[in-house]
Design a protein around this ligand. Structure first.
Ligand code: UD1
Ligand code: UDP
Length: 371
């Protein structure tokens, strides 16, 4: 039996790790242990409660206004004891958060092999997204098994001379999506239920990235406000991240505006179903760039780069930057130019077929037999 410890701590990691953990839980050849870092709190449990996975450890490190240093050091200190006690055969981490990097480093310090889920994404700009680009590069350096969502991600690793233990598996986010979106879905969130979603063209918006805090987020919000003022048939729903720095800007610029709904973070089922019914999405999130294309919903990326070029190449995602005029112009085009909209509104699925979790579980079993 292989003992696998999955470590994660933020909302997106949980959404993408839970489908894999559920697979591992069902596998008779695997002993699965989940350790949450608790880098997020409410937003993390919103996911865990829906997927219903068993949690063995929760480091519960979240502090209001936490810094990258405190996240890293708390995880390193707290994981040491747990790893010494459990001695898993492999530690799985996901993606590019500070939880991912710190947990990988903690495992390395105990000489425990690391598997990196969602490996090989790169923007090639060490400060954007910050600190995620460096987190994933460093995690890739530590890991011995790399589960790359796409061939392009595998090539990025090859270019860094990471050539062994690399597998193209698809992204587990598509596994999650397959379990959450339903035609007859009814929303749970009370604020969402009060909004008439049938009369307007709906723009779903999220923004939270560290490098967008301050002036870029202000420009994003100003662009969104102009769009709503100029298009009376448009409504915006913005589930605002719990980071106080995000909330302050969003509420100051967009609060109290007719047809702009600032609501609390949605649970993943509400979110996925709302996304599937949106006219388009405006976001600086990574996960939304993978999910919206899968249901044919265009995405304007509120960033200057993306580590997910596949959907941009397929035409459903456009990187529009963080300047007010550029964001406004691109949104206006989607709202007024039907041909331009139709060109973007096609379902493409470069990120997987919904079986990534199964593939990763199989690779782990084989790796264990051979080692
Ligand atoms: C983190 C990740 C980012 C990921 C994002 C997903 C790092 C450095 N950043 O950024 O890669 O895209 O999660 O959302 O790993 N807060 C709460 N409750 C919660 C969650 C957050 O109150 O459930 C507040 C706290 O005040 C916290 C702050 O948000 O200090 C920021 O959280 P943090 O995890 O440091 O950064 P994120 O921007 O969420
Ligand atoms: N998400 C959610 N509720 C929300 C906002 C986002 O469930 O209110 C989901 C979204 O569908 C995606 C993931 O959270 O699966 C993206 O997380 P986030 O934007 O926090 O992080 P990123 O993907 O940028 O790392």
């Amino acid at each position: 039996m292989i003992k696998v410890m999955s470590v994660f701590g933020t909302r997106p990691e949980a959404i993408k790790m839970c489908p894999l953990v559920k697979r591992l839980e069902q596998d008779p050849e695997v002993k699965s242990i989940v350790c949450l870092t608790g880098q997020h709190r409410e937003m993390l449990w919103q996911v865990i409660d829906i997927f219903g996975i068993r949690v063995r450890y929760n480091l519960d490190i979240m502090q209001p206004g936490q810094t990258l240093t405190t996240i890293t050091t708390s995880i390193l200190e707290k994981m040491e004891q747990i790893l010494k006690k459990e001695r898993p055969d492999i530690v799985l981490v996901h993606g590019d958060t500070t939880t991912s990097f710190a947990a990988a480093l903690a495992a390395f310090y105990q000489q425990i092999p690391v598997g990196h889920v969602e490996a090989g994404l790169r923007t090639f700009d060490r400060y954007s997204p910050f600190p995620e680009e460096m987190n994933r590069c460093l995690t890739g350096r530590i890991a011995g098994l790399h589960f790359a969502p796409t061939e392009n991600n595998k090539k990025n690793l090859e270019n860094e001379n990471i050539t062994t233990g690399v597998y193209v598996t698809g992204n587990t986010v598509i596994d999650a999506f397959a379990t959450t979106v339903r035609d007859d879905y009814e929303y749970k969130d009370e604020d969402l239920k009060k909004i008439d979603l049938t009369q307007k063209r709906l723009i779903l918006m999220t923004a939270h990235r560290r490098e967008n805090l301050g002036e870029p987020l202000e420009q994003i919000c100003r662009a969104v406000k102009r769009i709503v003022v100029d298009f009376p048939d448009v409504a915006v729903i913005y589930p605002v991240h719990m980071n106080p720095a995000v909330r302050e800007t969003a509420e100051r610029i967009l609060g109290g505006t007719d047809r702009i709904h600032l609501i609390k973070p949605l649970d993943v089922e509400d979110m996925h179903n709302l996304m599937a019914r949106s006219y388009f999405v405006m976001t600086d999130s990574g996960g939304l760039q993978e999910e919206a294309p899968a249901c044919g919903v265009p995405v304007l990326v509120l960033r200057t780069e993306t580590e997910r070029p596949e959907a941009a190449e397929a035409g459903t995602v456009k990187v529009v930057g963080v300047e007010e005029d550029s964001i406004y112009d691109h949104a206006r085009r989607l709202l007024t130019d039907h041909t331009a909209y139709e060109q973007m509104a096609k379902a493409v699925n470069p990120y997987g077929d919904g079986h990534a979790g199964e593939r990763i579980a199989g690779i782990l079993r084989e790796w264990w037999k051979e080692s």
